[in-house]
Design a protein around this ligand. Structure first.
Ligand SMILES: [Cu+2]
Length: 723
C-alpha cells in the first residue's frame, strides 16, 4: 500500500517533468488496415560504385513512405525520416525512399567511406518516433554522460520502481549514431560497434570511436572507415548500431545495402540476373503520416524502462521504404536480395496468385548472408515435404531467383507472409494486412529469349564452398576439429509487477540477455566477475567472456531458455549452422536454477565458472545440456547450409553453430595457426555478438568479443591510415 502511494507521487512528478521538458503530445496511431495497398511502385534504391571513395551523410528529410491517397485521393503523404545521403548536402526536397544507398564494392578493392552525422538534435527533430522513445534508463550511448548512469544506478537501487526526474524524460540533445557494416570482414576499429557512436554536433563520442588517422580535422561528427573488401561475393548491408538506440535509428531509416562482387571468380555464373534489393521492414504511422514507435507515454509494460518495448511490431509492411508497393515484372527471371531490416518481425514468405490464390511461382535461393550457395535451393510453396517458405528473421538475407515466365501479362502475385509475431508462437498476421509484403505485376515482355542463369537446371553457382560442417549430418566436416566448445544461454528477465495510478503492469520483460550476462559483464557492486577478463578500451573497463583465438574453430551451442526465437548475429565472422535439437524445457531449467543454488540470479552471468568445462566439455559456465537433449539433432535446412552471420535460434532448442575466427576461404583443414585475417582482428578493441531483434540488442542482449590474434601473422592492412 505504501508503495502504491509513493508510485503515485512519482507519477505526478513525472507528468510535471514531462510537460516541463516540452514533450510532444501523444501521437494518435493510424490503423494499418486503413492504408491503401499496391498503389505506388517499389522505390529504386540509389546504387553507388564502391570502388571509389564515398561520403555518406546522415540526414533528416521527408520521404514518401505512405502510399498516395492514404489521407486524400491523389494526395502524396510525406513522412519525416533519416537516411544516408550520398555526398555532403542534406535534401531539402522529398525523396522516394529513406533507404540506401546500395554500395557495390569489388573484392580486393577497399572502399573508403566518410560518414558524417548531420541528424541534428532530439530537441528539434521531426522524427517523433525518435523524440518520443529514447529511453535513458537503458544502458545507452548517453552522450551527456550524466542521466543514464544515474538512471541505471537508480533502477538498480530501486528495482521495480519507476524512474524519476530526468530519468523519466526522453533525451533532448545532439543525436548519436554510428554505422556498422553487417556481415563485413573488417578491423574492429571500423566495425561501427555500439560504443563507436558520435554525435551530430561533433561534441561527444563513445569510447570506441575511431576515425582514420589524419581525418580528425573533418570534425567530431565524422568517421572515416576504409573497408578491406577481402571477403568472397556476399550480400551484406549496413545500418546504425548505436548503443541502446539502434532500434530507433534504424526505425527512422538508417540502413543501406552493400554488395561485394567478385568479377575474378569465374566459377560464379556470369549470367545471373541483375540484383533488385528488397529491404523488408514493418512500420507504424500516426494520423499525420509520421512514423509511430509507441504512444510516447511512459510505462507501456515495464516501469523500469518507461519508453522501451520488448519487440516493436508495426502494422504495415514497407519494402525499400514504401508501404505495400508493387513491382512490375516481365515474364522472365529476376534476382532479388531480400534483407530483413525490421526491428523484431520475422517473415515466412511465398508467392501466390492474387486472383486465383494458386501458390507460386517458386523461389530458388542462390546465396545466404555471406556467400553464394553451391547450388540453387528450391523453396516451393507447393512442395509437400521440402522447403515451402522463405523464412527470414531480422538481420538475415537471402539471394533468390524467381522465374515469372509463362505468367500472362496482367497477372498479379502477392508476396505473402505467414510468420507469427513474436516468432514463432505469437499472433498470426491478418491475411489482408501483415499477411501481405508486396505485389508483383506481370507485364508484357520483349519476347526475347531469357538467357540468364536457370536455377532449375541445378547447375553449380560457384566452386564448392569451404565446409566446416557436413550439412547432411549436422556434424563437423571431415578433417575439421573444434578447439573450443561453448554452451551459452538466451535469457529473458522479468521485472516486478507493479500498480501505477490504478493500472497494474506486468513488470516485464525487464531485459533480454545472452548467457544471462549484461553487456558490461559487471556484478551488482560494479566489479568484474573473477572468471571474466577485464579489458580496458579508452578508459572503460568491460568484463569479457568470449575471447576466441584467431584461426581457431569453435562450436557454440546456444540454449534458448526464452519463449521466443532470437536471430543471433556474430560480428566479424561468417559461420555455419550445424544443427538444432530440442531439450527438456522443464528439467534443464531446473538444473540451471539448481546450479545457482536454487534460484536464477539474473543478469550477472552464468551460474558456474565460465572457463571450467562442464561434463559436455563446454565452457560458458552452464550445466551441461547434453543429458537433457530430446529427439533427433536436425541438420540445417538446405537454404541455411551456407555461410551465415545471423541465424534463427528457436525456443526450447539448442542451436549449434561452427564458428571459425578466420576468413571463409581458407580450406577447412587449414591449421588454426595459419588461418589469419589480412588485418589485426584485435587492435586493442573488440567486436560484439548479439540478438538482431534490435529491441533486445538495445536492452542488454549483446556481449563483447575480443579476438586474440595469431602472433606474427602477416597483415596487409596495418593499423592507421589503411583502415
Ligand atoms: Cu532476441
Amino acid at each position: 500500500m505504501k508503495r502504491t502511494v509513493v508510485v503515485t507521487i512519482i507519477l505526478v512528478a513525472l507528468a510535471a517533468a514531462s510537460s516541463a521538458m516540452g514533450q510532444t503530445a501523444q501521437q494518435v496511431p493510424l490503423p494499418g488496415k486503413s492504408i491503401p495497398q499496391f498503389v505506388d511502385p517499389l522505390p529504386n534504391l540509389p546504387v553507388v560504385d564502391g570502388t571509389q571513395s564515398l561520403k555518406l551523410t546522415m540526414c533528416e528529410f521527408k520521404s514518401t513512405v505512405l502510399p498516395t491517397g492514404t489521407f486524400a485521393p491523389g494526395a502524396v503523404p510525406e513522412t519525416w525520416t533519416w537516411g544516408y545521403i550520398v555526398g555532403d548536402t542534406c535534401p531539402t526536397t522529398t525523396r522516394s525512399s529513406y533507404l540506401g544507398p546500395v554500395i557495390v564494392a569489388q573484392r580486393g578493392i577497399p572502399t573508403e567511406v566518410t560518414y558524417v552525422n548531420k541528424l541534428g538534435s532530439a530537441a528539434t527533430t521531426n522524427v517523433l518516433a525518435y523524440k518520443n522513445s529514447v529511453d535513458q534508463t537503458l544502458h545507452w550511448a548517453d552522450p551527456l554522460g550524466r542521466e543514464a548512469n544515474r538512471c541505471a544506478e537508480e533502477a538498480m537501487m530501486m528495482p521495480g520502481m519507476p524512474p524519476m526526474g530526468e530519468c523519466a524524460w526522453n533525451y533532448n540533445d545532439s543525436i548519436p549514431a554510428v554505422v556498422h557494416l553487417h556481415g563485413g570482414d573488417v578491423p574492429p576499429q571500423i566495425d561501427g560497434g555500439p560504443d563507436a557512436w558520435f554525435t551530430s554536433d561533433g561534441m561527444y563520442q563513445g569510447h570506441g570511436y575511431y576515425t582514420k588517422s589524419g581525418s580528425e580535422s573533418l570534425g567530431g561528427n565524422t568517421a572515416v572507415y576504409r573497408y578491406p573488401n577481402n571477403q568472397e561475393m556476399s550480400t551484406i548491408w549496413f545500418h546504425d548500431h548505436t548503443l541502446g538506440a539502434t532500434r530507433l535509428n534504424v526505425y527512422a531509416g538508417l540502413a543501406g545495402g552493400y554488395m561485394v562482387v567478385d568479377p575474378a571468380d569465374t566459377s560464379i555464373p556470369a549470367n545471373l540476373p541483375p540484383i533488385t534489393p528488397l529491404v523488408v521492414q514493418d512500420r507504424s504511422f500516426d494520423q499525420n503520416g509520421q512514423l509511430y514507435f509507441h504512444a510516447g507515454v511512459p510505462f507501456t509494460l515495464n516501469p523500469d524502462h518507461p519508453y522501451w518495448v520488448p519487440e516493436f511490431l508495426g502494422d504495415t509492411i514497407a519494402v525499400n521504404g514504401k508501404v505495400w508497393p508493387y513491382f512490375n515484372v516481365e515474364p522472365r527471371r529476376y534476382r532479388f536480395v531480400f534483407i530483413n531490416g525490421s526491428n523484431a518481425r520475422t517473415y515466412e514468405m511465398y508467392l501466390a496468385n492474387q486472383a486465383t490464390k494458386a501458390m507460386g511461382p517458386a523461389m530458388w535461393q542462390i546465396g545466404t548472408d555471406g556467400a553464394m550457395l553451391d547450388r540453387p535451393v528450391l523453396i516451393d510453396p507447393n512442395s509437400g515435404a521440402g522447403l515451402s517458405k522463405l523464412v527470414l528473421m531480422p538481420g538475415e538475407r537471402a539471394d533468390v531467383i524467381i522465374d515469372f515466365a509463362n505468367l500472362p501479362p496482367g497477372t498479379s502475385l502477392l508476396l505473402r507472409n505467414t510468420a507469427k509475431a513474436p516468432y514463432p508462437k505469437g499472433v498470426a498476421p491478418s491475411g489482408n494486412t501483415l499477411g501481405r509484403v508486396m505485389q508483383f505485376r506481370v507485364i508484357a515482355g520483349s519476347g526475347a529469349p531469357d538467357t540468364s542463369f536457370d536455377p532449375s537446371t541445378g547447375a553449380p553457382l560457384r566452386a564448392p564452398m569451404v565446409r566446416l560442417v557436413n550439412p547432411a549430418t549436422g556434424t563437423l566436416a571431415p578433417g575439421v576439429t573444434a578447439q573450443v566448445k561453448r554452451q551459452m544461454t538466451l535469457n529473458e528477465v522479468m521485472g516486478m509487477p507493479m500498480t501505477v495510478g490504478g493500472v497494474t503492469y506486468p513488470g516485464g520483460p525487464l531485459e533480454i540477455l545472452v548467457n544471462n550476462t549484461k553487456w558490461n559483464g559487471t556484478m551488482p557492486d560494479g566489479t568484474i566477475r573473477p572468471d571474466f577478463t577485464p579489458i580496458d578500451v579508452n578508459g572503460i573497463t568491460t568484463g569479457y567472456s568470449e575471447l576466441p583465438k584467431e584461426g581457431e574453430t569453435e562450436i557454440w551451442e546456444i540454449v534458448n531458455l526464452t519463449v521466443d526465437a532470437h536471430p543471433i548475429h556474430l560480428h566479424l565472422v561468417q559461420f555455419q549452422l550445424m544443427s538444432r535439437q530440442n531439450f527438456d524445457t522443464k528439467k534443464y531449467p531446473a538444473a540451471y536454477a539448481a546450479a545457482y543454488g536454487g534460484a536464477v540470479v539474473d543478469s550477472y552471468g552464468p551460474p558456474l565458472d565460465y572457463n571450467v568445462p562442464n561434463t559436455d566439455g563446454a565452457v560458458g559456465g552452464n550445466p551441461a545440456v547434453g543429458r537433457f537433449l530430446k529427439g533427433p539433432s536436425k541438420p540445417p535446412n538446405a537454404n541455411e547450409a551456407g555461410w551465415k552471420d545471423t541465424v534463427t535460434m528457436l525456443p526450447g532448442q539448442v542451436t549449434r553453430i561452427a564458428v571459425r575466427w578466420a576468413p571463409t576461404t581458407y580450406p577447412a583443414t587449414t591449421a588454426a595457426s595459419a588461418a589469419s585475417y589480412s588485418f589485426d582482428p584485435n587492435g586493442g578493441h573488440g567486436y560484439v555478438w548479439h540478438c538482431h531483434i534490435v529491441d533486445h540488442e538495445d536492452n542488454e542482449m549483446m556481449r563483447p568479443t575480443n579476438v586474440i590474434p595469431i602472433p606474427g601473422a602477416p597483415r596487409t592492412y596495418v593499423q592507421g591510415v589503411d583502415y
